[in-house]
Write a protein that binds this ligand. Sequence first.
Ligand SMILES: Cc1ncc(COP(=O)(O)O)c(C=O)c1O
Length: 348
Amino acid sequence: MRYFRPEIAAMAGYTPGEQPETADVIKLNTNENPYRCSPAVDEAIGEAVARGLNKYPDPTAGAFRRQAAEVLGVGPEWILCGNGSDDVLTIVTRALVGAGQLLRLPYPSYVLYTTLAEIQGARSEQVHFQPDWSLPEAFAAGGPELKLVFLPNPNSPSGTMVPPDAILRLAERLPCPLLVDEAYADFAETNCMSLVRQCERVMVSRSLSKSYALAGLRFGYLVAQPHLIAEFAKVKDSYNCDTLAIAGATAALADQAWLAQNRAHIVATRQRLTSDARRLGFETVDSQANFTWNPHPEQPVKPMFDELRRRGILVRYMDYPGWGDGLRITVGTDDHIDACLDALARMV
Ligand SMILES: Cc1ncc(COP(=O)(O)O)c(C=O)c1O
């Protein structure tokens, strides 16, 4: 490992959720949407292929930014596109957090944030959520080394939310930007988009992977005040979104009727998953996302995860030292959720 920067040699690297090569499993482990995307997406990608891929894509994904601007009620200059929202998180971290500086995140939440800090040779500070999944005072503490704060909202694995008014108060106290990671916000009752105008330090990232059923396309975006977007644009790869992704993502955002219908279906299934899991004795947390967090107060859940796996049902087992473990179950089709609940009913 002598060729590598010490920070890279020392880090473990982020491990994404399992993506089996066979389609012969019930996949409830990485919060994908179980349904096909809007047909308008297939059509737009087909048209882009027909036009040919010999030219580079638009480096700033202007067509998408104009479409998103219309949906979100901001100007296109407030939007930066990425190859999935993970790319946006990487760009923001690279631009704001230098070696030895500090990045903050809540715990338990999205582990990738700590990996992004490690790549920078920066430090990360994990501030524990309170038992009711609200943020403690310490999350708003200042300090000269603090350069970026991440807050997934809704959070993963809990699916819980910090209300926007509390987030605005938090941002006003912090000395640095606050990135509200809204990968799951389309499934929630509220979001922080309007705060971006009110407070320079609030930035919002969104993903098309979950609510638009496009995890395979890789597209996400950041909304922030234009002078910040201009700085982040210096850091991104020149052509970080490809022609097919731009075409598909633009068509997806244009079809808001598809989004509303899909969301309603996922929310209804989520409600059923929540109440049925509680009937099985899980302490299922009320979720605003497309998954639920299911600790069990009496029985170990790791053997349940293993048994589900043996039966071809993949969920996510998470064990958070100092917090506890549980099963994170993605809201799948009604049939897939029934199969998962039936299997669990035989184990509890
Ligand atoms: C909280 C959170 N943020 C961001 C992402 C990344 O999403 P994308 O597929 O847009 O990179 C995920 C993916 O699981 C997530 O859970």
